[in-house]
Design a protein. Structure first.
Length: 190
């Protein structure tokens, strides 16, 4: 059945290794603990039953928790690259849409945008890797670094007031964020 799943348009069933990891991650003893806690208080040796059930839950959590990583490494799974492929395809389609929208316009702004989108598309097309910054973005980041140095110098020399300094600093922050690849600027919730 597994051999024909793709041919039939069905989702492939899990491999033996995947099934093993799923089984290893399963909740062991949780139902036992719930059952033990549901026993009436007058049940003979209820405390011992609850303690044993709790021991099973904690034991399996510790044993399975500590051995899950080595098990996954031992089974040597192929890395899942579907996210990268889908991300690349989405970026290419959106860039093609932008280029199509700009067709027929020959003003300076449209030419600049077209060049920027073509450069970005060349970096993105067919690549599953992280989105690399374009040469323009690399240069922009270098220029922004120099701008920050001059801004700090202007502030030290009292050429700018505090409010103006912070406003320009915020503009530089936004410009830097726009030129930074999203993988580097991504916020991680913790």
């Amino acid at each position: 059945r597994r051999r024909y799943a793709k041919f039939l348009g069905e989702e492939e069933p899990p491999t033996t290794a995947q099934a093993l990891v799923i089984a290893w991650c399963g909740m062991r003893g949780l139902v036992t603990l719930a059952g033990a806690l549901a026993l009436p208080a007058s049940f003979p040796s209820r405390d011992l039953v609850v303690l044993c059930a709790l021991g099973v839950v904690l034991g399996t959590l510790v044993v399975q928790g500590l051995t899950l990583g080595p098990l996954v490494k031992y089974l040597n799974f192929e890395p899942d690259r579907s996210f990268g492929r889908e991300l690349s395809a989405g970026r290419v389609k959106l860039l093609d849409t932008a280029l199509t929208h700009l067709e027929g316009r020959e003003d300076a702004a449209a030419r600049r945008l077209r060049e920027m989108y073509r450069e970005e598309r060349a970096l993105t097309d067919g690549s599953e890797a992280a989105h690399e910054p374009s040469e323009t973005d690399k240069l922009r980041l270098q220029v922004l670094k120099e701008k920050r140095k001059v801004l700090a110098e202007m502030r030290r020399n009292d050429e700018l007031g505090d409010d103006v300094f912070h406003r320009i600093e915020e503009e530089l922050d936004w410009a830097e964020l726009a030129a930074t690849p999203i993988e580097e600027a991504e916020l991680i919730e913790s």
